[in-house]
Design a protein around this ligand. Structure first.
Ligand SMILES: [Zn+2]
Length: 191
C-alpha cells in the first residue's frame, strides 16, 4: 500500500498501534485477516468489540466497519481539508456534507437501505443516526439467537456495501439503485 493511500485511509497510526505493517503482512501482502485478528486482541475493552469480533461477516466488511467506527474512512469532509477534492457534497443524496455520521445513516438514501434491513429482520425501529445505531447494535450483539447474529452481520455488510457504492460513484460516476444495493447486501449475508 502506497504512503499516500495509507495517509488517505488514516491507517498508519492505527496499524502502528497493533504492531506495525510488518505484523499485518503475509507473503509481502497486506492481510485484512491479520489486521482483524490483531484488532480483536488489542481492542478487548471497547464496547463494540463483539460487533466486530463476534461477527460472521466477511473480513473486508469487518475491516471497513472497524474503520467507520473509528471514523477513519476518507469521507469527503476530510478529503476537502487536505485539498484532495473541491466539494464535500454527499455523492448519494447531494443534499449535505459527506461525513461518517451523514453517510451512515442520516443520508436519505442510506437511511432507506438500513430501514429495509431492519424491516426484513422484523425490528420495529427507525434509524436515528450513526451513533444511536451503533449503540443499539452493541446491545444487540450481546443477545443470543439467530436474528441478532444476522443483525450484526447485516450491519457490517450494509456499511461495506454503502462504502463500495459511494466509491463507485466517486471514481466511476456510477451508483446502484436502492433495490440493487439491498439485493447485494442480502447476497453477501447469505454468503
Ligand atoms: Zn447523503
Amino acid at each position: 500500500m502506497s504512503w499516500a493511500l495509507k495517509k488517505i485511509f488514516g491507517c498508519m497510526s492505527l496499524v502502528e498501534s497493533i504492531g506495525g505493517w510488518d505484523d499485518v503482512q503475509k507473503n509481502g501482502m497486506f492481510s485484512i485477516n491479520l489486521v482483524n485478528k490483531k484488532l480483536c486482541g488489542v481492542h478487548s475493552k471497547v464496547p463494540w468489540r463483539r460487533v466486530v469480533c463476534n461477527n460472521s461477516a466477511t473480513p473486508k466488511s469487518l475491516f471497513i466497519l472497524w474503520l467507520v467506527i473509528w471514523k477513519r474512512v476518507p469521507t469527503l469532509n476530510r478529503l476537502i481539508k487536505w485539498n484532495i477534492v473541491t466539494s464535500d457534497n454527499c455523492l448519494l443524496c447531494s443534499s449535505s456534507s459527506e461525513s461518517v455520521e451523514h453517510l451512515f445513516f442520516e443520508c436519505g438514501f442510506t437511511f432507506q437501505i438500513w430501514q429495509k434491513v431492519l424491516n426484513i429482520l422484523q425490528f420495529t425501529r427507525s434509524p436515528t443516526g450513526f451513533q444511536a445505531e451503533l449503540d443499539w447494535i452493541v446491545k444487540c450483539s450481546k443477545k443470543n439467537g439467530g436474528r441478532h447474529k444476522l443483525l450484526v452481520m447485516f450491519f457490517a455488510e450494509t456499511m461495506y456495501s454503502i462504502w463500495l457504492n459511494r466509491n463507485d460513484k466517486l471514481c466511476n460516476q456510477h451508483r446502484k439503485t436502492l433495490i440493487e444495493l439491498f439485493g447485494d447486501i442480502q447476497l453477501k449475508v447469505a454468503g
